[in-house]
Design a protein around this ligand. Structure first.
Ligand code: PLP
Length: 394
């Protein structure tokens, strides 16, 4: 396996499931191993100075990481994938392409860690951030100027499930010369293909759906152009926030069932959303699959299904009620994170968004009783029975 080997070019024509299993992969040339071995090595023998088989040092290249990166490129339809130690490390690498004075237009309801990285770290290095409602392309258009280098989009968003129109943002970035990056974590490449819709770069917290089993932390980028890939490859090696080979192996294994899992996440999400919507103790369900969701039309256009993420509020909008509910659920585990095979629940007002003042939270629609669900791939009847018993006890 040479690090220069790219995904075979027939990959793009094959179906998603075939690419999830074979995309960019080849059997290990030395043994025929069907799965890429976990190459636990930091360095590689050279026969003479500078003479080697394409691998010199594992920060720069590792064959297990190469296998994962080729798979990622194939899934997102990009020229190159790059793996990082975490989703945050991947975002960090993108921001390091910018210079002081450069501007970034980003969603005003970003993942909290992304917002923190932007405002608490990169702002100090002279980058300027403008936060807008990305579900309104006009707001993005107004915030973009000649210094804008990056448009950073998340869709669907956390925990309100707002939808941004990727193709519309791609039109704006074309006129402005900025680069469009989509954090595709909530959708996964099976559900949404940002590069095909005009984005330049896709980012993933592979910790979530790509890994899919809540057993690894890893980040990924997939670039549309060779030029962008080259600049990111330089940062990846220079800054060195790379994942270890075992973590790459785990994500690669997760990816092989991504299409099956995402189908089930989608159907279970639909069943749970419909159940909650009809429940007398539930006030509002945020799920883009409902025709009255403000992003429904765009989501139907750019997503294969509506995914497994949703959030809802209670009629009795009290912190204690939501607290009680998430503590009474049994099949749904109360925990941070999302995207694993198991169902998780969370209470943003006291967990992920606890540091935001209540007034600010309410302004963005994040009410006291808002509960977020990452609907897993268990039997749907058991998920509904669990929600029913917990709601009964309120
Ligand atoms: C989890 C997450 C991240 C950060 O990824 P880590 O792997 O936790 O570093 C970024 N964006 C979104 C949307 C996420 O859910």
């Amino acid at each position: 396996m040479n690090q220069d080997d790219k995904a075979p070019d027939h990959g793009a024509q094959q179906g998603f499931g075939t690419r999830a299993i074979h995309g960019g992969q080849q059997h290990d040339p030395s043994t025929g191993a069907v799965m890429p071995p976990v190459y636990l090595t930091s360095t590689y023998a050279q026969s003479a100075p500078g003479q080697h088989l394409g691998y010199e040092y594992s920060r720069t290249h590792n064959p297990t990481r190469t296998a994962l990166q080729n798979s990622l490129a194939s899934l997102e339809g990009g020229v190159e994938g790059l793996a990082f130690a975490s989703g945050m490390a991947a975002i960090d690498a993108v921001l390091k392409l910018l210079l002081p004075g450069d501007e970034v237009v980003a969603s005003n309801d970003l993942y909290g860690g992304t917002y923190r990285l932007f405002t608490k770290i990169f702002q100090h290095f002279g980058l300027v951030f403008r936060f807008v409602d990305m579900s309104q392309p006009l707001q993005v258009e107004r915030a973009v100027n000649e210094r804008t280098r990056l448009i950073w989009c998340e869709t669907p968003t956390n925990p309100m499930l707002h939808i941004a129109d990727i193709a519309a943002l791609a039109e704006i970035k074309k006129r402005s010369g900025a680069m469009l990056v989509v954090d595709n974590t909530f959708a996964s490449p099976y559900v949404q293909q940002p590069l095909a819709l005009g984005a330049d770069l896709v980012m993933h917290s592979a910790t979530k759906y790509l890994g899919g089993h809540s057993d690894v932390v890893l980040g990924a980028l997939v670039a549309k152009s060779e030029h962008l890939a080259e600049r990111l490859r330089f940062v990846q090696n220079a800054s060195g926030a790379v994942p270890g080979p075992l973590d790459c192996f785990l994500v690669l294994r997760g990816i092989k069932t991504l299409h099956l899992r995402m189908e089930r996440h989608g159907t279970n999400g639909r069943v749970v959303a419909a159940f909650l919507k009809s429940h007398p103790k539930v006030k509002k369900v945020h799920w883009p699959g409902f025709p009255d969701h403000p992003g429904h039309e765009v989501a139907s256009r750019q997503m294969r299904n509506f995914g497994g993420m949703l959030s809802f509020t209670l009629k009795d909008d009290a912190l204690e009620k939501a607290f009680h509910l998430v503590s009474t659920l049994q099949v749904f585990t109360l925990a941070e994170s999302l995207g694993g095979v198991e169902s998780l629940c969370g209470h943003p007002a006291s967990m992920t968004h606890a540091s935001i003042p209540r007034e600010e939270r309410l302004k963005s629609g994040l009410e006291d009783s808002l509960i977020r669900l990452s609907v897993g791939i268990e039997d749907p009847e058991d998920l509904l029975a669990d929600l029913q018993q917990a709601l009964d006890k309120l």
